[in-house]
Design a binder for this molecule. Sequence first.
Ligand code: RIB
Length: 303
Amino acid sequence: MKRIFVAGSSNTDLIVQCDRLPGPGETVLGGDLVRAQGGKGANQAVAAARLGGQVTFFCRVGEDGFGEASLAAYQSEGIDTRFCVKDKSAASGAALILVDRAGENSIAVAPGANANLSPRDVEPLQDEVQEGDLILLQLEIPISTVRRAAEIGYAKGARVILDPAPAPEAGLPASLLSMLDTITPNQHEADLLCGSISSNQGPETLLERGVKQVIVTMDREGCRLISSTGSRSFPAYPVQAVDSTAAGDAFAGAFAVGLAEGFNIDNAISWAQQAAALSVTRMGAQPSLPTRKELLTYDFHTG
Ligand code: RIB
């Protein structure tokens, strides 16, 4: 089986469930404070590992309790943490998350040590990555590091997959886009990345700028695959949403495992959609990510 490399953020999530998300200047009362492992990079790594992927994770955490707990958690998932760095000069990343009754969330991230994950930190990819391996990236770490990881992966013949979240308003350079096998934005992110926010042409523009295939995620409406051979829609699996946090990360991790195991693109997308759907039925980021057994036995008709 092909290996999966993830370079990205590691956060500790502090979560409060409330009836509705507060507006600007407003205070709402919520439920108990829940602490859970999170961070888009770490979530992708854990999602892939729980589904049977052979995962190596590149991240930075602070030399503090949050960082220690995170590294211990990744190791207990069977993730290779040789390239996870303890940063002496910054605190571990943390995210403040509010979740409403419909499972929608709002998230603010304090990047901490994630902001120090440097191009040099991902240089060991040179010795580790082989042709056909998978590299998963997101945008909670410096863009220079994302670019270096993509460069190494592209040169080695690996498939580089980017979840462009949080999407930078300045967009992404064509030099990075052209090294991507797959990008997985929602429609808003796709438009923002191309500077064409009102055109709805973001996905097509990403293709023109060199991405091999675009998967536009559309929450309850499923997703759309767009490539040079055309466009196809994949309906979502219906579930009772409790918390949508990390649904995109579950999708990315499962998609990578599918490709690593040799699934065709349609089957890899369906498998990823099932993982994402199951994750939204449960609270928290990493606590919500399904194991392989859970995913294979879950009945999407009866729930
Ligand atoms: O994608 C969900 C993640 O975004 C959360 O776990 C939080 O840490 C933020 O990084």
